[in-house]
Design a protein around this ligand. Structure first.
Ligand code: ADP
Length: 405
């Protein structure tokens, strides 16, 4: 079986063609600057990369270009489009309606549209990506996999904000959480790597990339997470503030004469690591600047690590204990220094980092000492694989149901 995984942003489209049974990636790529001018980087496994400026007026043109390169006689990996059995779409927000991945039909499209107010930047782009695929591949089954779905198992005490209750009932204000496919994938892999059933493990998963969140995965289910109503909540990130005192917004409106929108934009795009350091949102730049003595870069790193450390502690409290901590995503997978700094002071939770084992990048590893009572793991995330597996499962279930009828 071959599944095409699509992650559509407002002006970009990431894709991956993979076989969910063998987990083999046939090709992956990225279309950028859609609607502006256009650039594609197509990486077929075992073949030359195709990297070119190509005009893409809209997402449909981008999907057509993806089909062109996937079936190309030199860069291609399949003979024609009919070899693609299904398409799996990443959708950011599924609200309370979508607790699992689903086959896309009219009702599902309406449900995703209904969630637009909750994710005004992301869901419209995801919808555009789905519709473009439907136009180009009208007979291919499609599945939606939601960033929020894994967290729908959180109990009310974890997702209810202490604001007027009607904000929840009438305006859907609650903690939803994001990065769900990543937290789900790495927690499952952690159980496999530890050789223990996930049903008996309490795992704190730390997805630390440009966006960052932690999740308390108790016995295989998300029971709490740091991102909230939007991805703004929780940890400070590359350019996002993370959780702050809500009164700061109104105070800055008064003091600096900003509009509410201007403050919101600053909290999203000018805060976090960039805001503190004034150097960069990228941890590689921060580590380099700090090594040269830049104090604000060092402060940004200190703030980030301190908040992640505290979150891991709160995961342990939420789950009544902690068997494993997992690091994933850009920072979590690549920076041994940050991982070590985050774990400093968590020995009291039975988590002992092995500095030599921690000296690893981008591959699965247990990085705690052999005698550490609880375990620390590095697991590269693979959201595309989760999307492909869910897509294959649902499409096969539907085919089986049709045959039974
Ligand atoms: P996104 O949330 O955009 O998917 P990623 O998971 O790709 O982000 O993470 C990107 C971030 O990972 C970069 O901004 C960078 O800060 C960090 N990163 C990547 N490689 C390294 C590295 N070698 N050392 C430290 N940080 C790194």
């Amino acid at each position: 079986m071959k599944v095409l995984v699509i992650n559509a942003g407002s002006s970009s489209l990431k894709y991956q063609l993979l076989d969910p049974d063998t987990k083999e990636v046939l090709a992956k790529g990225l279309c950028e600057r859609i609607g502006i001018d256009g650039h594609i980087k197509h990486t077929p496994t075992g073949k030359d990369v195709y990297d070119a400026d190509r005009y893409m007026p809209d997402h449909e043109a981008a999907i057509k270009l993806v089909m062109e390169v996937l079936t190309h006689n030199y860069y291609g990996v399949i003979k024609d489009m009919s070899e693609i059995d299904a398409v799996g779409h990443r959708v950011v927000h599924g609200g309370e309606e979508f607790t699992h991945s689903v086959i896309i039909d009219r009702a599902v499209m309406k449900g995703i549209r209904d969630c637009i107010p909750l994710a005004p930047l992301h869901n419209p782009a995801n919808i555009t990506g789905i519709e473009a695929c439907q136009d180009v591949m009208p007979n291919t089954p499609m599945v939606a996999v939601f960033d929020t779905a894994f967290h729908q198992t959180m109990p009310p005490k974890a997702y209810i904000y202490a604001v007027p209750y009607r904000w929840y009932t009438e305006n859907k204000v609650r903690r939803y959480g994001f990065h769900g496919t990543s937290h789900q994938y790495v927690s499952q892999r952690a159980a496999e790597m530890l050789g223990r059933p996930i049903e008996e493990l309490r795992i704190a998963t730390c997805h630390l990339g440009n966006g960052a969140s932690t999740c308390s995965v108790k016995f295989g289910k998300s029971i709490d997470t740091s991102m909230g109503f939007t991805p703004q909540d929780g940890l400070p990130m590359g350019t996002r503030a993370g959780a702050i005192d809500a009164a700061i917004t109104e105070y800055i409106v008064d003091q600096r004469g900003y509009s509410g929108k201007r403050v919101e934009s600053a909290l999203n795009k000018e805060s976090g690591m960039l805001g503190i350091s004034g150097v960069s949102s990228d941890f590689r730049d921060l580590e380099a600047a700090a090594a040269e003595g830049n104090e604000r870069a060092q402060l940004a790193i200190d703030v980030f690590c301190y908040k992640v450390t505290k979150r891991i502690g709160s995961c342990a409290a939420a789950m009544g204990g902690l068997d494993a901590v997992v690091f994933t995503a850009g920072v979590g997978e690549n920076s041994a220094t940050l991982r070590a700094k985050i774990m400093e002071g968590l020995e009291f939770l039975g988590l002992k980092m092995d500095p030599e084992k921690n000296n690893v990048r981008g591959k699965e590893a247990i990085i705690s000492t052999d005698d550490s009572p609880n375990k620390i793991l590095l697991i590269p995330t693979n959201e595309e694989l989760v999307i492909a597996l869910d897509t294959a499962r649902l499409v096969r279930e539907q085919e089986a149901a049709v045959k039974e009828d």
